[in-house]
Design a protein around this ligand. Structure first.
Ligand SMILES: C[S@@+](CC[C@H](N)C(=O)[O-])C[C@H]1O[C@@H](n2cnc3c(N)ncnc32)[C@H](O)[C@@H]1O
Length: 238
């Protein structure tokens, strides 16, 4: 069976339309893992910002932003301005309130879907988290190509997603999404002409949920060659 067939954009948006605009809502009942998640993301982002050829801290884009959880706790404290893209009307209306004092840092809020979005070329960091499982492979490759072209000099594209342990694509009919194995993401990055400069497995999440990986990606034709793979405890892994 072609797993792409299980992705139905209309069904996914109908699912999210019924979900409350809360931390627990956007994290599927796992609101309690948000702090651990953000701590892992901060370590990852800080290591990129302190590396050679670090991205600037001008403008970031939060993709599939939900209520602005990542904008509030990760991006706005570090970047001068943050844009966000989110298709659900009730979520996008919540962002300005949810981010509180950081609302002065929010510039553009785009109410649209990633598969229809072409970002402007100005982003130092483009953060995609827990959203790429809603895109069909071919749309994901096109979208990542657009993101690649939207990076400023030294800009970095971040993907933080669940991956399967089975090595196979697994489907979720409830929200019309798929979870991909690591090797599938690596194929997709290659097709989108992106290479990894850093990869990190999130630690300290509760057992029983999918492993979560962070990837820092830059255009394949860039001169930077290093790839570091580790987990959020600093242990080397692959
Ligand atoms: C699991 S939530 C994650 C929200 C946020 N990234 C976070 O980590 O807090 C998934 C989000 O993706 C959005 N989404 C679903 N399909 C999408 C699509 N095709 N394009 C953009 N966003 C989408 C949903 O509306 C929802 O806000």
């Amino acid at each position: 069976m072609n797993m792409e067939n299980v992705i139905n954009y209309k069904k996914a948006s109908e699912y999210w339309a019924e979900i409350p605009a809360t931390l627990d809502g956007v994290l599927g009942g796992f609101g309690f893992i948000s702090d651990i998640d953000i701590d892992g993301s901060k370590l990852f982002l800080q290591s990129l910002l302190s590396s050679n050829n670090a991205p600037a801290t001008g403008t970031a884009l939060d993709c599939g932003a939900g209520i602005g959880r990542i904008t509030k706790y990760l991006l706005a404290p570090t970047f001068d301005t943050v844009d966000a893209i989110e298709p659900d009307g009730k979520f996008i209306e919540t962002i300005m309130n949810f981010v509180g004092e950081y609302k002065v840092k929010i510039d553009k809020l785009y109410q649209t879907s990633l598969q229809m979005f072409v970002p402007e070329k100005k982003y130092d960091v483009i953060w995609n988290q827990w959203v790429l499982g809603y895109l069909k492979d071919k749309d994901l490759v096109s979208y990542l190509l657009c993101c690649r072209n939207a990076l400023s000099q030294n800009g970095v594209l971040i993907v933080k997603e669940n991956v399967t342990s089975s090595g196979k694509i697994e489907e979720d009919e409830t929200d019309s999404s798929i979870t991909r194995p690591l090797k599938k993401y690596l194929q997709i990055f290659k097709q989108a002409k992106l290479k990894r400069i850093k990869q990190c497995k999130q630690t300290n999440f509760p057992t029983g949920i999918y492993p979560v990986y962070m990837f820092a990606l830059i255009p394949t034709d860039s001169n930077i060659e290093t790839i570091q793979t580790e987990d959020t405890n600093g242990q080397q892994n692959r």
